[in-house]
Design a protein around this ligand. Structure first.
Ligand SMILES: Cc1ncc(COP(=O)(O)O)c(C=O)c1O
Length: 429
Protein backbone atom coordinates (compact mmCIF):
# COMPACT_ATOMS: atom_id res chain seq x y z
CA UNK A 1 0.00 0.00 0.00
CA UNK A 2 1.36 3.42 -0.99
CA UNK A 3 1.39 5.87 1.93
CA UNK A 4 3.95 8.54 0.96
CA UNK A 5 1.40 11.35 0.83
CA UNK A 6 -0.06 10.51 4.23
CA UNK A 7 3.48 10.23 5.64
CA UNK A 8 4.34 13.67 4.26
CA UNK A 9 1.15 15.23 5.57
CA UNK A 10 1.82 13.73 8.98
CA UNK A 11 5.31 15.25 9.06
CA UNK A 12 3.74 18.68 8.49
CA UNK A 13 0.96 17.99 10.99
CA UNK A 14 3.51 17.14 13.68
CA UNK A 15 4.92 20.66 13.37
CA UNK A 16 1.45 22.10 13.80
CA UNK A 17 -0.37 19.94 16.33
CA UNK A 18 0.70 17.99 19.41
CA UNK A 19 1.40 14.48 18.16
CA UNK A 20 0.34 15.61 14.71
CA UNK A 21 -3.36 15.33 15.52
CA UNK A 22 -6.29 17.18 17.01
CA UNK A 23 -7.50 14.21 19.07
CA UNK A 24 -5.07 11.65 20.52
CA UNK A 25 -6.42 8.31 19.26
CA UNK A 26 -6.02 9.46 15.65
CA UNK A 27 -2.23 9.44 16.02
CA UNK A 28 -1.93 5.65 15.49
CA UNK A 29 0.30 5.40 18.57
CA UNK A 30 -1.50 2.25 19.67
CA UNK A 31 -0.98 0.48 16.35
CA UNK A 32 2.30 1.96 15.13
CA UNK A 33 3.10 3.73 11.88
CA UNK A 34 1.43 6.99 10.91
CA UNK A 35 -2.22 7.86 10.36
CA UNK A 36 -3.75 7.67 6.93
CA UNK A 37 -4.95 11.13 5.95
CA UNK A 38 -8.48 11.01 4.58
CA UNK A 39 -9.40 12.92 1.44
CA UNK A 40 -13.04 11.96 1.10
CA UNK A 41 -15.78 9.55 2.06
CA UNK A 42 -18.88 8.31 0.31
CA UNK A 43 -21.28 5.70 1.65
CA UNK A 44 -19.33 2.91 3.35
CA UNK A 45 -16.02 3.96 1.79
CA UNK A 46 -13.20 6.41 2.46
CA UNK A 47 -10.21 7.33 0.30
CA UNK A 48 -6.87 8.52 1.64
CA UNK A 49 -4.33 11.02 0.35
CA UNK A 50 -2.53 8.28 -1.60
CA UNK A 51 -5.68 7.16 -3.35
CA UNK A 52 -6.15 4.00 -1.25
CA UNK A 53 -9.77 2.97 -0.80
CA UNK A 54 -11.08 1.47 2.44
CA UNK A 55 -14.37 0.15 3.73
CA UNK A 56 -14.79 2.25 6.85
CA UNK A 57 -15.91 0.78 10.18
CA UNK A 58 -14.66 3.70 12.30
CA UNK A 59 -17.47 5.95 11.06
CA UNK A 60 -15.87 8.98 12.72
CA UNK A 61 -16.09 7.00 16.00
CA UNK A 62 -19.84 6.73 15.85
CA UNK A 63 -21.71 9.66 14.29
CA UNK A 64 -22.01 8.30 10.76
CA UNK A 65 -24.85 5.83 11.11
CA UNK A 66 -25.85 6.53 7.48
CA UNK A 67 -22.27 6.34 6.19
CA UNK A 68 -20.35 9.17 4.57
CA UNK A 69 -21.87 12.08 2.66
CA UNK A 70 -25.41 10.72 2.65
CA UNK A 71 -27.36 12.80 0.12
CA UNK A 72 -30.11 14.01 2.47
CA UNK A 73 -27.55 15.09 5.06
CA UNK A 74 -25.32 16.91 2.57
CA UNK A 75 -28.33 18.67 1.05
CA UNK A 76 -29.59 19.76 4.45
CA UNK A 77 -26.19 21.15 5.46
CA UNK A 78 -25.81 22.95 2.13
CA UNK A 79 -29.24 24.49 2.33
CA UNK A 80 -28.67 25.65 5.91
CA UNK A 81 -25.20 27.04 5.13
CA UNK A 82 -26.54 29.02 2.18
CA UNK A 83 -28.67 30.93 4.67
CA UNK A 84 -25.72 31.67 6.93
CA UNK A 85 -23.84 29.43 9.35
CA UNK A 86 -24.52 31.02 12.73
CA UNK A 87 -26.58 33.85 14.18
CA UNK A 88 -26.25 33.75 17.95
CA UNK A 89 -30.04 33.80 17.95
CA UNK A 90 -32.59 30.98 17.93
CA UNK A 91 -33.73 29.24 14.73
CA UNK A 92 -36.63 26.99 13.79
CA UNK A 93 -34.09 24.21 13.09
CA UNK A 94 -33.36 23.93 16.82
CA UNK A 95 -37.10 23.50 17.47
CA UNK A 96 -37.26 20.88 14.75
CA UNK A 97 -34.37 18.73 15.97
CA UNK A 98 -35.47 19.18 19.59
CA UNK A 99 -39.00 18.01 18.75
CA UNK A 100 -37.77 15.14 16.62
CA UNK A 101 -35.75 13.80 19.54
CA UNK A 102 -38.20 14.50 22.34
CA UNK A 103 -41.30 13.27 20.47
CA UNK A 104 -39.61 9.94 19.84
CA UNK A 105 -37.97 9.36 23.20
CA UNK A 106 -39.99 8.26 26.21
CA UNK A 107 -37.54 9.32 28.90
CA UNK A 108 -36.81 12.97 28.19
CA UNK A 109 -39.04 15.92 27.53
CA UNK A 110 -36.64 18.87 27.47
CA UNK A 111 -33.20 19.16 25.96
CA UNK A 112 -30.30 21.61 25.66
CA UNK A 113 -28.01 21.47 22.63
CA UNK A 114 -24.25 21.95 23.06
CA UNK A 115 -21.35 21.37 20.68
CA UNK A 116 -19.71 18.12 21.84
CA UNK A 117 -20.24 15.04 23.96
CA UNK A 118 -17.77 16.38 26.51
CA UNK A 119 -19.86 19.50 26.98
CA UNK A 120 -22.98 17.37 27.30
CA UNK A 121 -21.66 15.22 30.16
CA UNK A 122 -19.93 18.14 31.87
CA UNK A 123 -23.11 20.21 31.79
CA UNK A 124 -25.30 17.28 32.82
CA UNK A 125 -23.12 16.78 35.89
CA UNK A 126 -23.42 20.45 36.76
CA UNK A 127 -27.18 20.06 36.46
CA UNK A 128 -27.14 17.00 38.74
CA UNK A 129 -25.07 18.86 41.32
CA UNK A 130 -27.17 22.01 41.07
CA UNK A 131 -30.47 20.18 41.33
CA UNK A 132 -29.48 17.92 44.23
CA UNK A 133 -27.25 20.47 45.99
CA UNK A 134 -24.71 17.67 46.42
CA UNK A 135 -21.09 17.52 45.28
CA UNK A 136 -19.91 13.98 44.63
CA UNK A 137 -20.40 11.88 41.55
CA UNK A 138 -19.87 8.17 40.96
CA UNK A 139 -18.33 6.94 37.74
CA UNK A 140 -16.99 3.58 36.61
CA UNK A 141 -13.63 2.24 35.51
CA UNK A 142 -13.83 1.45 31.84
CA UNK A 143 -16.37 4.19 31.01
CA UNK A 144 -15.30 7.33 29.16
CA UNK A 145 -17.36 10.48 29.33
CA UNK A 146 -15.20 13.04 27.57
CA UNK A 147 -12.40 15.17 28.97
CA UNK A 148 -13.99 17.42 31.61
CA UNK A 149 -11.88 17.68 34.79
CA UNK A 150 -14.34 15.84 37.04
CA UNK A 151 -14.33 12.89 34.65
CA UNK A 152 -10.61 12.44 33.98
CA UNK A 153 -10.34 10.50 37.18
CA UNK A 154 -9.08 7.01 37.95
CA UNK A 155 -9.97 4.80 40.87
CA UNK A 156 -8.12 5.49 44.12
CA UNK A 157 -6.14 2.76 45.83
CA UNK A 158 -8.87 1.35 48.08
CA UNK A 159 -12.21 -0.07 47.01
CA UNK A 160 -14.27 2.99 47.81
CA UNK A 161 -11.71 5.75 48.04
CA UNK A 162 -11.94 9.04 46.22
CA UNK A 163 -10.42 9.24 42.77
CA UNK A 164 -7.03 10.35 41.52
CA UNK A 165 -6.41 12.43 38.45
CA UNK A 166 -5.86 10.51 35.22
CA UNK A 167 -4.45 13.53 33.37
CA UNK A 168 -1.82 16.09 34.18
CA UNK A 169 -3.50 19.43 34.69
CA UNK A 170 -6.45 18.09 36.66
CA UNK A 171 -6.01 19.24 40.28
CA UNK A 172 -6.27 16.43 42.80
CA UNK A 173 -8.76 18.61 44.71
CA UNK A 174 -11.23 18.31 41.81
CA UNK A 175 -10.92 14.54 41.73
CA UNK A 176 -11.88 14.35 45.39
CA UNK A 177 -15.48 14.79 44.35
CA UNK A 178 -15.41 11.80 41.98
CA UNK A 179 -15.73 8.22 43.22
CA UNK A 180 -14.55 5.65 40.68
CA UNK A 181 -15.84 2.10 41.03
CA UNK A 182 -15.55 -1.14 39.05
CA UNK A 183 -18.48 -1.97 36.79
CA UNK A 184 -20.80 -4.79 37.77
CA UNK A 185 -19.88 -4.65 41.46
CA UNK A 186 -22.95 -4.04 43.57
CA UNK A 187 -21.11 -4.35 46.88
CA UNK A 188 -18.71 -1.52 45.95
CA UNK A 189 -21.62 0.71 45.05
CA UNK A 190 -23.50 -0.10 48.24
CA UNK A 191 -20.41 0.74 50.25
CA UNK A 192 -19.95 4.03 48.41
CA UNK A 193 -23.54 5.05 49.11
CA UNK A 194 -23.30 3.97 52.75
CA UNK A 195 -20.24 6.17 53.12
CA UNK A 196 -21.12 9.19 50.97
CA UNK A 197 -24.81 8.70 50.13
CA UNK A 198 -26.02 12.08 51.35
CA UNK A 199 -23.48 13.90 49.16
CA UNK A 200 -23.71 11.86 45.91
CA UNK A 201 -25.38 13.94 43.21
CA UNK A 202 -25.40 11.30 40.50
CA UNK A 203 -24.11 8.06 39.09
CA UNK A 204 -22.84 8.62 35.56
CA UNK A 205 -22.51 5.51 33.41
CA UNK A 206 -22.29 4.47 29.79
CA UNK A 207 -25.18 1.97 29.94
CA UNK A 208 -23.40 0.25 27.05
CA UNK A 209 -19.76 0.89 27.90
CA UNK A 210 -18.03 1.16 24.54
CA UNK A 211 -14.76 2.97 25.19
CA UNK A 212 -12.74 0.21 26.78
CA UNK A 213 -13.86 -2.53 24.54
CA UNK A 214 -17.54 -3.35 24.65
CA UNK A 215 -18.35 -4.17 28.27
CA UNK A 216 -21.94 -5.29 28.01
CA UNK A 217 -23.72 -4.96 31.34
CA UNK A 218 -26.58 -7.10 32.58
CA UNK A 219 -29.92 -5.29 32.65
CA UNK A 220 -30.28 -6.36 36.24
CA UNK A 221 -27.13 -4.41 37.19
CA UNK A 222 -28.36 -1.30 35.38
CA UNK A 223 -31.66 -1.65 37.22
CA UNK A 224 -29.71 -1.82 40.46
CA UNK A 225 -28.13 1.54 39.57
CA UNK A 226 -31.64 2.92 39.10
CA UNK A 227 -32.76 1.56 42.46
CA UNK A 228 -29.82 2.72 44.51
CA UNK A 229 -30.07 6.23 43.04
CA UNK A 230 -33.76 6.40 43.89
CA UNK A 231 -33.12 5.08 47.39
CA UNK A 232 -30.49 7.73 48.18
CA UNK A 233 -32.00 10.65 46.27
CA UNK A 234 -29.18 10.69 43.72
CA UNK A 235 -29.76 11.06 39.97
CA UNK A 236 -29.04 8.37 37.40
CA UNK A 237 -27.16 9.84 34.45
CA UNK A 238 -26.93 7.73 31.28
CA UNK A 239 -24.16 8.88 28.97
CA UNK A 240 -25.58 7.80 25.62
CA UNK A 241 -23.13 9.72 23.45
CA UNK A 242 -22.32 6.44 21.66
CA UNK A 243 -25.33 4.24 22.41
CA UNK A 244 -28.00 6.90 21.86
CA UNK A 245 -29.76 6.59 18.49
CA UNK A 246 -27.32 3.74 17.75
CA UNK A 247 -28.80 0.65 19.37
CA UNK A 248 -32.28 2.02 18.70
CA UNK A 249 -33.73 5.52 18.60
CA UNK A 250 -34.14 5.48 22.37
CA UNK A 251 -30.64 4.13 22.86
CA UNK A 252 -29.75 1.91 25.78
CA UNK A 253 -32.48 3.40 27.99
CA UNK A 254 -35.06 2.17 25.50
CA UNK A 255 -33.34 -1.14 24.86
CA UNK A 256 -33.16 -2.03 28.56
CA UNK A 257 -36.35 -0.13 29.39
CA UNK A 258 -34.75 1.74 32.26
CA UNK A 259 -35.52 5.39 32.94
CA UNK A 260 -32.50 7.52 33.80
CA UNK A 261 -32.91 11.03 35.23
CA UNK A 262 -30.46 12.76 32.88
CA UNK A 263 -29.06 11.69 29.52
CA UNK A 264 -26.17 12.91 27.40
CA UNK A 265 -26.25 12.62 23.61
CA UNK A 266 -23.79 13.46 20.86
CA UNK A 267 -22.34 11.90 17.72
CA UNK A 268 -25.38 10.66 15.72
CA UNK A 269 -27.63 13.64 16.56
CA UNK A 270 -25.24 15.93 14.67
CA UNK A 271 -25.11 13.94 11.43
CA UNK A 272 -21.30 14.26 11.47
CA UNK A 273 -21.21 17.92 12.54
CA UNK A 274 -20.26 19.02 16.06
CA UNK A 275 -23.28 18.56 18.34
CA UNK A 276 -23.97 17.26 21.82
CA UNK A 277 -27.00 17.55 24.05
CA UNK A 278 -28.22 16.78 27.51
CA UNK A 279 -31.80 16.07 28.28
CA UNK A 280 -34.07 15.17 31.19
CA UNK A 281 -37.62 15.53 32.37
CA UNK A 282 -38.93 19.07 32.49
CA UNK A 283 -38.67 19.70 36.25
CA UNK A 284 -35.02 18.90 36.22
CA UNK A 285 -34.22 20.92 33.10
CA UNK A 286 -35.82 24.00 34.62
CA UNK A 287 -32.72 24.30 36.83
CA UNK A 288 -30.77 25.37 33.72
CA UNK A 289 -30.15 29.06 33.00
CA UNK A 290 -31.95 31.25 32.13
CA UNK A 291 -34.88 29.46 33.83
CA UNK A 292 -32.79 28.32 36.75
CA UNK A 293 -29.48 28.96 38.45
CA UNK A 294 -27.29 26.27 36.81
CA UNK A 295 -25.28 28.22 34.25
CA UNK A 296 -24.39 26.77 30.86
CA UNK A 297 -24.07 28.50 27.49
CA UNK A 298 -22.53 28.18 24.01
CA UNK A 299 -21.80 30.57 21.12
CA UNK A 300 -22.34 27.85 18.53
CA UNK A 301 -24.86 25.75 20.49
CA UNK A 302 -27.75 24.73 18.24
CA UNK A 303 -25.75 25.71 15.16
CA UNK A 304 -28.10 25.73 12.15
CA UNK A 305 -25.95 23.59 9.84
CA UNK A 306 -25.42 21.03 12.60
CA UNK A 307 -29.14 21.01 13.48
CA UNK A 308 -30.02 20.51 9.81
CA UNK A 309 -27.60 17.59 9.52
CA UNK A 310 -29.03 16.01 12.65
CA UNK A 311 -32.61 16.38 11.47
CA UNK A 312 -31.83 14.80 8.10
CA UNK A 313 -29.99 11.89 9.71
CA UNK A 314 -32.49 11.17 12.48
CA UNK A 315 -35.40 11.18 10.03
CA UNK A 316 -33.78 8.28 8.22
CA UNK A 317 -33.12 6.50 11.52
CA UNK A 318 -36.86 6.68 12.26
CA UNK A 319 -37.79 4.78 9.09
CA UNK A 320 -39.35 1.36 9.84
CA UNK A 321 -36.83 -1.47 10.02
CA UNK A 322 -33.81 0.86 10.09
CA UNK A 323 -32.29 -0.49 13.31
CA UNK A 324 -33.37 -4.08 12.68
CA UNK A 325 -31.52 -4.15 9.36
CA UNK A 326 -28.36 -2.72 10.84
CA UNK A 327 -28.42 -5.16 13.70
CA UNK A 328 -29.07 -8.10 11.39
CA UNK A 329 -26.03 -7.33 9.28
CA UNK A 330 -23.79 -6.81 12.31
CA UNK A 331 -24.97 -10.07 13.84
CA UNK A 332 -24.42 -11.99 10.62
CA UNK A 333 -20.93 -10.53 10.32
CA UNK A 334 -20.03 -11.54 13.88
CA UNK A 335 -21.52 -15.02 13.57
CA UNK A 336 -19.50 -15.76 10.44
CA UNK A 337 -16.20 -14.52 11.83
CA UNK A 338 -16.73 -16.06 15.25
CA UNK A 339 -17.39 -19.43 13.64
CA UNK A 340 -14.28 -19.01 11.52
CA UNK A 341 -12.11 -18.27 14.55
CA UNK A 342 -13.69 -21.00 16.68
CA UNK A 343 -13.17 -23.60 13.92
CA UNK A 344 -9.50 -22.64 13.72
CA UNK A 345 -9.10 -22.19 17.45
CA UNK A 346 -7.94 -18.58 17.09
CA UNK A 347 -8.17 -16.37 20.21
CA UNK A 348 -10.47 -13.91 18.48
CA UNK A 349 -14.05 -12.95 19.07
CA UNK A 350 -16.35 -10.23 17.85
CA UNK A 351 -18.61 -8.90 20.59
CA UNK A 352 -21.65 -7.00 19.35
CA UNK A 353 -24.75 -5.09 20.31
CA UNK A 354 -26.96 -3.36 17.75
CA UNK A 355 -24.61 -2.15 15.02
CA UNK A 356 -21.60 -1.86 17.35
CA UNK A 357 -18.83 -4.46 17.34
CA UNK A 358 -15.62 -4.91 19.28
CA UNK A 359 -12.68 -7.15 18.53
CA UNK A 360 -11.68 -9.14 21.57
CA UNK A 361 -8.75 -11.52 21.85
CA UNK A 362 -10.05 -13.15 24.99
CA UNK A 363 -13.19 -15.24 24.91
CA UNK A 364 -15.73 -15.16 27.71
CA UNK A 365 -17.83 -12.51 29.38
CA UNK A 366 -16.56 -8.95 28.92
CA UNK A 367 -18.10 -6.98 31.69
CA UNK A 368 -15.44 -5.10 33.64
CA UNK A 369 -12.59 -2.90 32.53
CA UNK A 370 -11.04 -4.40 29.41
CA UNK A 371 -7.57 -3.60 30.70
CA UNK A 372 -7.81 -6.69 32.82
CA UNK A 373 -8.98 -9.05 30.11
CA UNK A 374 -7.27 -7.70 27.06
CA UNK A 375 -4.05 -6.12 28.20
CA UNK A 376 -1.87 -7.18 25.27
CA UNK A 377 -2.76 -4.97 22.36
CA UNK A 378 0.13 -6.06 20.13
CA UNK A 379 -2.14 -8.54 18.36
CA UNK A 380 -4.61 -5.77 17.65
CA UNK A 381 -1.81 -3.64 16.18
CA UNK A 382 -0.95 -6.50 13.79
CA UNK A 383 -4.59 -7.01 12.86
CA UNK A 384 -5.09 -3.31 12.23
CA UNK A 385 -2.14 -3.29 9.86
CA UNK A 386 -3.24 -6.47 8.03
CA UNK A 387 -6.74 -5.05 7.58
CA UNK A 388 -5.50 -1.70 6.30
CA UNK A 389 -3.45 -3.56 3.71
CA UNK A 390 -6.64 -5.35 2.66
CA UNK A 391 -8.72 -2.18 2.37
CA UNK A 392 -10.51 -2.27 5.73
CA UNK A 393 -10.35 0.74 8.06
CA UNK A 394 -11.14 0.30 11.76
CA UNK A 395 -10.36 2.73 14.60
CA UNK A 396 -6.62 2.64 15.45
CA UNK A 397 -6.98 1.28 18.99
CA UNK A 398 -8.07 -2.09 20.30
CA UNK A 399 -10.17 -0.40 22.95
CA UNK A 400 -12.34 1.32 20.36
CA UNK A 401 -15.44 -0.26 18.91
CA UNK A 402 -16.41 -0.48 15.24
CA UNK A 403 -19.71 0.54 13.67
CA UNK A 404 -21.85 -0.70 10.81
CA UNK A 405 -23.76 1.99 8.95
CA UNK A 406 -26.79 1.69 6.71
CA UNK A 407 -24.41 2.36 3.80
CA UNK A 408 -22.63 -0.98 4.33
CA UNK A 409 -23.89 -3.50 1.78
CA UNK A 410 -23.88 -7.30 1.76
CA UNK A 411 -21.00 -7.08 -0.72
CA UNK A 412 -19.06 -4.84 1.70
CA UNK A 413 -19.67 -7.36 4.43
CA UNK A 414 -18.44 -10.28 2.29
CA UNK A 415 -15.33 -8.34 1.30
CA UNK A 416 -14.70 -7.49 4.94
CA UNK A 417 -15.15 -11.07 6.11
CA UNK A 418 -12.64 -12.28 3.52
CA UNK A 419 -10.17 -9.60 4.59
CA UNK A 420 -10.58 -10.52 8.26
CA UNK A 421 -10.16 -14.23 7.53
CA UNK A 422 -6.97 -13.63 5.59
CA UNK A 423 -5.67 -11.24 8.23
CA UNK A 424 -6.40 -13.69 11.06
CA UNK A 425 -4.71 -16.52 9.14
CA UNK A 426 -1.68 -14.29 8.59
CA UNK A 427 -1.47 -13.60 12.33
CA UNK A 428 -2.45 -16.86 13.95
CA UNK A 429 -1.81 -19.77 11.58
C1 LIG B 1 -19.65 7.76 25.88
C2 LIG B 1 -18.97 9.03 25.52
N1 LIG B 1 -19.24 10.14 26.21
C3 LIG B 1 -18.68 11.32 25.90
C4 LIG B 1 -17.78 11.42 24.86
C5 LIG B 1 -17.17 12.74 24.53
O1 LIG B 1 -17.68 13.21 23.34
P1 LIG B 1 -16.84 14.25 22.44
O2 LIG B 1 -15.66 13.51 21.92
O3 LIG B 1 -17.82 14.66 21.38
O4 LIG B 1 -16.47 15.38 23.34
C6 LIG B 1 -17.48 10.29 24.12
C7 LIG B 1 -16.51 10.39 23.00
O5 LIG B 1 -16.16 9.43 22.37
C8 LIG B 1 -18.08 9.07 24.44
O6 LIG B 1 -17.81 7.96 23.76
Amino acid sequence: METQNSARLFETAKQLFPGGVNSPVRAFQAVGGHPVFIEKGKGSRIWDADGNEFIDYCGSFGPLILGHAREEVVEAITKAAQNGTSYGAPTRLENELGSLILNNHRFVDRIRFVSSGTEATMSGIRLARGATKRNKIVKFEGCYHGHADALLVSAGSGLVTLGTSSSAGVPEAYTQETIVLPLNDKAALELAFEKYGDDIACIIVEPIPANNGLLLQHREYLLFLREICTKYGALLFFDEVISGFRVGFEGAAGLYDIEPDIMAFGKIIGGGLPVGAYAAKGDLMSHIAPEGSVYQAGTLAGNPAAMAAGIAQLKVCLEPGFYENLQQMTKAFALRLNKFSTDRNYPFELVTIGSIFWISFAKGEHIQSANQINGDMSVFAKLHHELLERGIYIGPSGYEVGFFSSAHSEADMEQTITAFEQALDAIFS
